[in-house]
Structure formats: structure tokens, C-alpha cells
Design a protein around this ligand. Structure first.
Ligand code: NAX
Length: 331
């Protein structure tokens, strides 16, 4: 067993996703069964969330996890991100009644400026940052701009839940196990304009569009089911996806740490270098391959046909609009 714990900062740790996440991190599911972890949980400086956070810490203690070396509960980002190896930015304000998406972007933007600065100044030298709090692509862009000392490639935002949803939809339709579906891929923004790609996905070694002959289902129902799954969960459960989001975040971090198997990729929102015509600097979901040593690259050479290109243009336009809305926060 490694003796040095990985320091993991989690914002919004008393929220729904936080509660579904921190126990799994402490159990070794994110960093492996031999890797000790230290949890630095951050909440807003109000009585109720801080009290709830202390309750989460009590339950963590009561699990007596062998890998959990240390628990910090704080509302101070400086303390919360101190020496952190991984900064998981889950907390943000939910969209309130009558709030437009643009209002949400403006409300949440400043949170990520402050957290980006605190990470820049206090996190570990090799810190990595993953943004889950919505709108996660643009919040990630803000955090990245607010942490100029950290290389841009250390920042990512999460479309792993959308990828998992797409994989499950294809498996259900084809009547096969999810393990037979690979390379499901999301392009663009983690929003309802995201582009779930069935052209590059495979089912039992065949292109998904050959394994599923119902082209209308692929082009319409599949896309909508994935794009609107979050809303469907809210309707069914009365609150938004939490366990599946926490599960996806575990997958996201593992994907970035482990070498991606040959011939495969994972959906990760990273800074565009101009690949696939996505303007440089936007945080967009791409097919990403990790090298297992902390590095990653955008998989090149996938063909974008007219169907995908048209949809990619829409989601990229939305990312550009979001960027314009927060231009004053991008330094
Ligand atoms: P909750 O409202 O249950 O929890 C959020 C928590 O964050 C609260 O406890 C709140 O006090 C805390 N918080 C707010 N501002 C904070 C700050 N500045 N510092 C520290 N903590 C802060 O939301 P939950 O269901 O856990 O969702 C969290 C975020 O994930 C939301 O923005 C949500 O939209 C987003 N999601 C992103 C997904 C993705 O795939 N990228 C999917 C799931 C989820 O919708």
C-alpha cells in the first residue's frame, strides 16, 4: 500500500452528488484499493450546509474506512484546496424558479473565479481540476482562466454521465450487455445541445448503426433520450441525478489516470486546441485518450459527417455564447 495519501478536495460535499460520492472515494473506488485518501470537503459558510457537512464527516468516520486517513470540513477555499491533488468542483447554485440558463451562468461564474484562484495559490503542484457543477463547461473555463499557474490540460469538465447514458441506451435497444458497447461519444457542451455520436460507437464489434437498423430511432429517439435524460430523472425522482453523477465522476477520474485501451476513447470536456473545428480555448467534450502517466490527447481523425457537423455547430455556438456571457471573468 502506498503511504502518501492522495488529497481530494470536494466542493458541495454535503449536497446530493457529494453524499453519493465521498463514501465511494473513501472506499477506494476512485484511486484504487491500495491508495490512501484524505478528503477535504468544502461547503458554503452557512449554518445548515456546514452542519450537514459535519454529519457527512460523522458517517464517514462511522464507516472506519481503512484507506481514509484524514477528513477536513471547511467553508474556507484556502484550507479546502490546500495541497490538493484532485479538486472536484461539484458545488454550485441550482437553477431557481424562473431563472434562465444565462442567469445561472452569471450566478455561478464568480464561484469558479474564487475557487480557481484558491486552487492556483494553495493546491498541490500537480493538482488536477474536474468541474461537475453546471454549466460545467463554462465554469471549467472560468476556473482555468483564474488559475494561470496551472497548465490548461489539468482542467476538465464532465460528460462521462452522458457517455454512460448513451452506452446504456444503445445496449438496451440492441438487447446486449453494456460491456459489448464501446466508444460511445459525446461532443460539445454538457447541455441539451450535446451531440451523442452513434456513428463511431460499436456494438459487439460492429458499428452501432449496423447493429441497430432502426436509423430513425438512432437519429431521433437516441439523441433525445440522452440529451433529455437529466430532465427525465428529475421528473421521475423529484430531484436531479445524484448517484449516477457520482458514479460518472469516479469513471471520469479513473479514465484520466489509467491508460485508455488501444482503439478506444472516452468523452471528456477539455480545452480545445482547434481539433474538429471547435474554436481554440473553448472547453468542449471530445474523444480523449489518456496515456496512464497523467497526459492525454484528443483522438484525431474521426470523420464528422454532415449530420454530426450540423449538430456540433449548434453546441459549439452555445459554448461561444456562454463564453461571451462571462467574458469579464476570463481575465
Ligand atoms: P445540491 O444542490 O444537492 O448540492 C450542491 C451543494 O453545493 C450544496 O450543498 C451547496 O451548499 C454547495 N455549494 C454551493 N455553492 C458552493 C460553493 N461556492 N462552495 C462550496 N459548496 C457550494 O446539487 P447536486 O445535485 O449535488 O448537484 C451539484 C451540481 O452538479 C449542480 O450544479 C448540478 O447541475 C450538477 N450536475 C452536473 C452533472 C454533469 O454531468 N456534469 C450531472 C449531475 C448534476 O446535474
Amino acid at each position: 500500500m502506498s503511504s502518501t495519501p492522495i488529497r481530494v478536495s470536494v466542493t458541495g460535499a454535503a449536497g446530493q452528488i457529494g453524499y453519493a460520492l465521498v463514501f465511494r472515494i473513501a472506499a477506494g473506488e476512485m484511486f484504487g484499493p491500495d491508495q490512501p485518501v484524505s478528503l477535504q470537503m468544502i461547503e458554503i459558510p452557512l449554518e445548515l450546509p456546514m452542519q450537514a457537512l459535519r454529519g457527512v464527516a460523522m458517517e464517514l468516520e462511522d464507516c472506519a474506512f481503512p484507506l481514509l486517513t484524514d477528513i477536513v470540513c471547511t467553508s474556507d477555499p484556502e484550507e479546502g484546496f490546500k495541497d490538493a491533488d484532485w479538486c472536484l468542483l461539484v458545488g454550485s447554485k441550482p437553477r431557481g424558479p424562473g431563472m434562465e440558463r444565462s442567469d445561472l451562468i452569471r450566478e455561478n461564474g464568480p464561484i469558479f473565479t474564487g475557487q480557481g484562484r484558491a486552487i492556483n495559490d494553495h493546491a498541490g503542484a500537480d493538482a488536477r481540476v474536474v468541474v461537475v457543477g453546471n454549466p460545467c463547461n463554462t465554469n471549467c473555463l472560468i476556473a482555468m482562466h483564474s488559475a494561470p499557474d496551472l497548465p490548461d490540460e489539468r482542467f476538465s469538465a464532465m460528460t462521462r454521465l452522458d457517455q454512460n447514458r448513451a452506452q446504456a441506451q444503445l445496449a438496451n435497444k440492441a438487447g446486449v450487455a453494456t460491456t459489448l458497447v464501446r466508444n460511445t461519444l459525446i461532443w460539445g457542451n454538457h447541455s441539451s445541445t450535446q451531440v451523442p455520436d452513434f456513428f463511431h460507437a460499436e456494438i459487439d464489434g460492429k458499428p452501432a448503426y449496423e447493429a441497430i437498423s432502426d436509423r430513425s430511432w438512432l437519429e431521433n429517439t437516441f439523441l433525445e433520450n440522452v440529451q433529455k435524460r437529466g430532465a427525465a430523472i428529475i421528473k421521475a425522482r423529484g430531484s436531479s441525478s445524484a448517484a449516477s453523477a457520482a458514479n460518472a465522476l469516479i469513471g471520469h477520474v479513473r479514465d484520466l489516470k489509467q491508460a485508455t485501451p488501444e482503439g478506444e476513447w472516452r468523452s471528456v470536456c477539455v480545452r480545445s486546441d482547434g481539433s474538429y473545428g471547435v474554436p481554440e480555448g473553448l472547453i468542449s467534450s471530445f474523444p480523449v485518450r489518456a496515456d496512464g502517466r497523467g497526459g492525454w490527447e484528443i483522438q484525431q481523425g474521426l470523420e464528422l459527417n454532415g449530420f454530426l457537423q450540423e449538430k456540433l455547430d449548434v453546441t459549439v455556438a452555445e459554448l461561444e455564447e456562454e463564453k461571451a456571457l462571462v467574458s469579464d471573468l476570463l481575465g
